[in-house]
Write a protein that binds this ligand. Structure first.
Ligand SMILES: NC(=O)c1ccc[n+]([C@@H]2O[C@H](COP(=O)([O-])OP(=O)(O)OC[C@H]3O[C@@H](n4cnc5c(N)ncnc54)[C@H](O)[C@@H]3O)[C@@H](O)[C@H]2O)c1
Ligand SMILES: [Zn+2]
Length: 361
């Protein structure tokens, strides 16, 4: 078992290890939370882990109520939040009653938003059950719902009291969800920690085989990286945007593919495209570019090139550019483990590197 402490406006611990879910009551009490709790989850996660959590809380003397929302990104909405406020009133949740978000990033963002706003804020506990949520969305306090077709349009910075990352829950994840998280793990290494990248290269097979040791280590190191970055820029005013590495083109690919492509696959292409841009600008060494590309290929994150609708991707980036008053910010690697932010990437260069994908066989 491992622990990362986040030192922020309100500090908290992230507990990482196998079987952590069934120690939740203990960790809650250690954080000064007691008596009652409301679990927010979805039917898929409830079926897998709801009972184990409820039993643990009952054994530790908690009175817990479980509220469910349907599965899916569309539940990150003000409508769903409103129905949760009703449910919370009905079960007499008070200012001191913690909300436990049990699920992936969708549940974490939604339940976090509800916790931030209900009664001007009730204690939030994150129990992330996807790799993406464990290494990314449960850390750093961004909570939000979507609005007007825009992702995360309405939200807050609201830090949890505690994060419990039970790596055993990752064993039931569908492959494509694992791939989404793995892409974020690779992203963390490339932006911040060259040694971690080497570790991933050496341990990829065990990681993909879901070995406890490697999973725990990969989640721990990714959380540590996010913690270090967020500690330096809690409110996302500068440094924190390096965590968007691969996401400028990645988001455009997701839009162009009408979300028919996994987030991990899209940002994998985005990471390679950004690395190629940096190489063409004379910054990233070709050896580094090849090393990164080879690893992403080995991690099974490369999608088949014919699925990339180049024109639509370029249109989508241009659209983002309009939205952002003509400037597109890219996070580009100088080397594996070191990145910089620039808004000086020529659109023609971006097009060239994307054309490159379609020319590859
Ligand atoms: N707050 C942040 O800083 C931040 C950062 C990155 C992403 N996000 C948000 O995270 C969301 C994506 O999160 P996600 O990738 O976890 O998706 P998700 O929450 O939709 O989960 C993916 C799928 O896996 C299922 N699932 C969850 N845990 C499982 C388990 N242990 N076994 C089997 N199935 C399980 C879910 O029910 C769902 O069907 C997006 O809404 C994104 O905007 C937020
Ligand atoms: Zn992402």
């Amino acid at each position: 078992m491992k622990k990362v402490r986040l030192r922020l406006s309100s500090s908290y611990d992230v507990h990482i290890g196998p079987g952590m879910l069934t120690q939740t009551g203990h960790w809650l009490m250690e954080s000064g939370l007691s008596d009652r709790a409301v679990i927010i989850t979805n039917p898929i996660v409830k079926e897998l882990y709801g009972e184990a959590l409820e039993q643990n809380l009952a054994r530790e003397g908690f009175e817990a109520v479980t509220l469910q929302v349907p599965d899916g990104e569309e539940q990150k909405s003000l409508d769903t939040a409103t129905s949760l406020y009703h449910e919370l009133s009905k079960c007499y949740a008070e200012r001191t009653t913690p909300i436990i978000a049990l699920g992936g990033g969708v549940i974490g963002d939604l339940a976090g938003f509800v916790a931030a706003t209900y009664l001007r804020g009730v204690p939030l506990v994150q129990i992330p059950t996807t790799l993406l949520a464990q290494v990314d969305s449960s850390i750093g306090g961004k909570v939000a719902v979507n609005h007007d077709q825009l992702k995360n349009k309405i939200g807050a910075f609201y830090q949890p009291k505690l994060v419990i990352s039970d790596i055993s829950t990752l064993k039931t994840l569908p492959d494509k969800e694992f791939a989404n998280g793995l892409a974020e793990v690779i992203k963390s290494a490339v932006v911040w920690d060259r040694e971690f990248f080497t570790y991933l290269e050496m341990n990829l097979d065990s990681l993909k085989a879901l070995s406890d040791r490697e999973l725990e280590e990969a989640v721990f190191r990714s959380v540590k990286i996010k913690a270090e970055v967020v500690e330096k820029d809690e409110k996302d005013l500068g440094l924190r945007s390096i965590l968007n590495y691969g996401h400028t083109i990645g988001h455009a690919i997701e839009t162009a593919a009408d979300f028919g492509i996994g987030h991990g696959e899209a940002i994998a292409i985005g990471m390679i495209a950004a690395a190629r841009i940096s190489n063409r600008m004379g910054i990233l060494d070709i050896k580094e570019l090849n090393r990164l590309t080879d690893f992403i290929r080995r991690a099974d994150l490369m999608i088949e090139t014919p699925r990339l609708a180049l024109e639509r991707i370029i249109q989508a980036v241009r659209h983002d550019k309009k939205v952002m008053a003509g400037k597109i910010r890219f996070v580009l690697p100088k080397a594996i483990g070191d990145v910089f932010i620039t808004d000086k990437v020529e659109p023609s260069l971006m097009e060239q590197v994307l054309v490159g994908f379609n020319e590859e066989s």
